[in-house]
Design a protein around this ligand. Structure first.
Ligand code: NDP
Length: 313
């Protein structure tokens, strides 16, 4: 993959191209596993209810799983499914040797507690990396057979950073956002790369000044274009995780044609940063590609094989 320079200042980090390359490496690894070990990795995705966005995600996960040569198992359950019925489905998938990865699509209907369901997934099949065992393994730096399955979005961000910057050791990293699915694991991954990590959130004082310290600035907030150009240190690498849909006037009335923006004011930041991910086409495409990579990792570990290093672009 080659990054494309589009302004005097910043290189645009092409996540779409990197994700395509990663999917290619996953497909090649799957081919080898089939040929040399008779192993076809399998990913089961469980969707409860009819949430339109979730349906789109699940469809694209299934399609990309099959395109990578893996087995895709889709389980669609009605909106009224009880927690016990979903736990029974998870138990069935935990016990199925053809299933190496299990993903329960979030959000879940109100009658189901997501944490209870995540806790029921076999940690070695938890390709979303949300189980407390995987969070603990990530935090403690566990390696080898005990290495964590890492949440897909921060894993994708780390791959883009390493591809662009190489060694991250000693760099100042600021992660804005502390959710369990993005902000916290992102901070842990950067710490493991020997960055000096600051995690900022809604109570952080003088957020612009905190952001200006960052050699690596990761925005995972969910607020359109909140991070302005003058919050960015000149030459910094900016990773924008945010996906926000707004209409051209900036209100949510739905009038006009909506567009996607990130958590970073791109037009301002691109003039200051050294490199930046666009929205769309930056972090977004990495998430499913990393899900496929995690499924290969889980399948290899289930067979006692060393997983291939798929992240190096
Ligand atoms: P959450 O809503 O779970 O977390 C948002 C975080 O941002 C919280 O920690 C919150 O702080 C912090 N925050 C909110 N407002 C401010 C503020 N004014 N100043 C500083 N911090 C603030 O979101 P997620 O982590 O799930 O997602 C973040 C963004 O990433 C969203 O836009 C989402 O759509 C996108 N996303 C994209 C993915 C992809 O595939 N590219 C995957 C997952 C998410 P506090 O904890 O104090 O409330």
């Amino acid at each position: 993959m080659s990054d494309t320079a589009v302004s005097a200042a910043a290189t645009v980090i092409d996540g779409k191209a990197f994700a395509q390359g990663l999917r290619g490496r996953v497909a090649a690894a799957v081919e080898t596993l089939k040929r040399d070990h008779g192993l076809t990795p399998g990913l089961a995705v469980v969707l409860v209810g009819e949430d339109p966005a979730s349906q789109v995600y699940v469809r694209s996960k299934g399609k990309q799983t099959v395109e990578a040569g893996m087995n895709s198992y889709e389980h669609r359950l009605p909106e009224t499914t009880s927690q016990d019925a979903l736990l029974a489905k998870v138990a069935e998938l935990n016990a199925d040797p053809a299933v190496h990865g299990i993903l329960v699509q979030l959000p879940l209907p109100a009658q189901i507690d997501a944490q209870t369901v995540i806790a029921a997934i076999d940690p070695n099949k938890d390709v979303d990396g949300f189980h407390v065992i995987n969070a603990g393994r990530l935090m403690t730096g566990a390696t080898g057979a005990a290495a964590p399955l890492v949440p897909c979005t921060p894993l994708g961000c780390l791959m883009l950073l390493k591809h662009h910057l190489g060694n991250l050791s000693g760099l100042d990293a600021v992660v804005v956002g502390r959710s369990n699915i993005v902000g916290k694991p992102m901070g842990q991954l950067l710490l493991a790369e020997s960055c000096t990590v600051t995690t900022a959130h809604s109570r952080t004082r003088d957020l612009p000044a905190v952001c200006r310290r960052a050699d690596i600035l990761v925005a995972a907030v969910g607020r359109p274009e909140m991070i302005r150009g003058d919050w960015v240190k000149p030459g910094a690498t900016v990773i924008d995780v945010g996906i926000n849909r707004i209409d051209p006037a900036g209100d949510a009335s739905g009038g006009g044609k909506s567009r996607l923006v990130g958590d970073v004011a791109y037009d301002e930041a691109v003039a200051v940063a050294g490199a930046i991910t666009p929205v769309p086409g930056g972090v977004g495409p990495m998430t499913i590609a990393c899900l496929l990579a995690n499924t290969v990792t889980a399948a290899c570990r289930a067979q006692g094989l060393t997983p291939p290093d798929l992240g190096a672009g």
